[in-house]
Write a protein that binds this ligand. Structure first.
Ligand code: SF4
Length: 493
């Protein structure tokens, strides 16, 4: 779900105005923010975290579902106040909301000076009014990006109109096709020990509830060597945890003619000195190959962690979602994952209340969740998206019914999670310490390989050997001493 990060930049000697960033939405959007900040920094900018100090504010927006669009608009309006009653002189809106409402944003919020779509990140310098400072030639080429590629499946879907934006008034006409590479400057907004690498962009799947293909364009992969080069550079700069991201990382390399591209990439990354945890988000159910599972099982520094959003378990709902599969097939696939990777952590997410979802279909989903016993699970109420196939479906459930089903699915998972977390008491794991707990100054907190950054529960640390105060960003061996519904308590041993 959308997250909000305040990150900022100030410009160099020839243009001393400060530039502040607010990044909304998912990690993929955060990487776009990091790339834009990198371009600004390369042009002579420097970073500062306070919006009230900024002369230029950039809001990098999310448009995934209605609530994300609303949060984006609220944030833009909040930043307008810094322009009308504060120091800011320019306001720039970037990201998915621009792809969706390009013309509307400028028309309805006249304080917005410029918009930058997800496919035109290089325009951030002109949009922010930052003049590139004269300097020595840089090893980076800000206009570079991976070559344009596509999958036959994506080309086929394009001909069918999957990426068409005809029903969206004011949207950017051209689909985005930008993708950064290892030569693109980037400023990390994550802690120095952990970083995301976007390995692919866009999506070719036909899911009938989703507008991400229209927002982000056809699936395209970064070049294999570009990802490795970026990972090596990050590792040399102190990054210990890499999370590979994309709408569907399991398609990685298909557009480059690679078979089992993600498995090959993980194998190569496992050999990069200094990387202790490598994981990928997200997997598409029928793209999890035996080779991928064997690769995860064979390397200690590839986390035994798979996030596979299944969206539903009733075959009839999945068919209407244009995804396919069903509980029986998924259970067989889960059994295989657990057999090939002993102790694997499994996360999934579901959409509850899809148009026409009957009581019986919802019960099928509940039964599946009980049987599959995921380590982590998210449930989202169906959200209507103009431009998605499901938008025109006649049998919509009421918001009340959707929320009631979502809550009852989460209550099933809560019991499962509690039991699974309890079974970990007494066991030892590697823990990445992330600092003082946000819940209490008396506790430290961190994550194990079972916890992806900013998604899963936490591990609270309440004890460590005397005289050996643990340091943020370092790995320690810990023993689990207590468990809550989703969080764990541990001592460092
Ligand atoms: S695979 Fe994910 S991003 Fe792609 S269309 Fe389906 S839900 Fe959307």
């Amino acid at each position: 779900m959308p997250a909000k990060k305040n990150i900022s930049a100030t410009s160099g000697p020839t243009a001393p105005a400060k530039v502040g960033f607010v990044s909304l939405g998912c990690p993929k959007n955060l990487v776009d923010s990091e790339v834009m900040m990198g371009m600004l920094a390369q042009a002579g900018a420097e970073l500062t975290p306070a919006a009230e100090d900024a002369d230029v504010i950039v809001v990098n927006t999310c448009s995934f579902i209605g609530s994300a669009q609303q949060e984006s608009i609220d944030t833009i309006l909040e930043m307008v106040r810094h322009k009308t009653g504060g120091k800011a002189k320019r306001l720039v809106v970037a990201g998915c909301l621009v792809e969706r409402f390009h013309d509307e944003i400028r028309k309805n919020i006249p304080e917005v000076d410029a918009v930058v779509g997800t496919g035109e990140l290089e325009k951030i310098l002109a949009a922010a009014g930052v003049v590139e400072a004269p300097r020595a030639p840089s090893p980076f080429n800000i206009l570079s990006s991976s070559p344009q590629t596509s999958r036959p499946e994506g080309d086929h879907r394009r001909r069918q109109g999957r990426f068409a934006r005809d029903s969206w008034d004011g949207a950017v006409a051209d689909l985005p096709n930008y993708l950064y590479d290892d030569q693109t400057p980037r400023v990390l907004a994550t802690p120095g020990y952990s970083a995301y690498i976007k390995i692919a962009e866009g999506c070719d799947h036909p899911c009938s509830f989703c507008i991400i293909p229209q927002l982000r364009g056809q699936f395209r992969s970064r070049r294999f060597e570009s990802v490795i080069a970026e990972a090596e550079r990050l590792a040399q700069s102190g990054v210990r945890e890499i999370t590979l991201i994309g709408q569907d990382t399991t398609c990685f390399g298909e557009d480059l003619g690679l078979k089992d591209g993600l498995a090959l990439l993980l194998e190569k990354l496992a050999g990069v000195a200094g990387l202790q945890w490598i994981r990928f988000l997200y997997a598409y159910p029928n793209k999890i190959t035996g080779r991928l599972l064997a690769t995860i099982a064979a390397h200690d520094n590839i986390c035994s962690y798979i996030d596979v959003p299944l969206q539903h378990a009733s075959p009839t709902v999945l068919k209407r979602m244009k995804r396919g599969g069903g509980a029986d097939l998924f259970l067989r696939s889960i059994e295989k994952m657990r057999r090939v990777i002993p102790g694997v952590t499994l996360r999934t997410s579901f959409i509850v209340g899809f148009p026409g979802e009957t009581e019986k279909e919802f019960e099928e989903l509940c039964g599946f969740v009980r049987e599959a016993a995921f380590d982590w699970m998210g449930a989202f109420g169906y959200s209507d998206q103009e431009g998605a196939d499901a938008f025109d479906h006649a049998k919509k459930l009421s918001p009340r019914e959707i929320e009631s089903r979502r809550k009852s699915l989460m209550s099933i998972q809560k019991k499962i999670s509690r039991a699974r977390k309890k079974s970990l008491i007494g066991r030892e794991f590697d823990l990445l310490l992330e600092g003082t707990s946000t819940e209490s100054d008396l506790l430290l907190e961190g994550r194990t390989a079972m916890h992806a950054p900013e998604i899963d529960g936490k591990v609270f640390v309440n004890d460590y050997p005397e005289g050996n105060e643990p340091k943020k960003g370092e790995f320690y061996r810990c023993r689990i001493t207590a468990a809550h519904d989703y969080d764990l308590v541990a001592e460092i041993v």
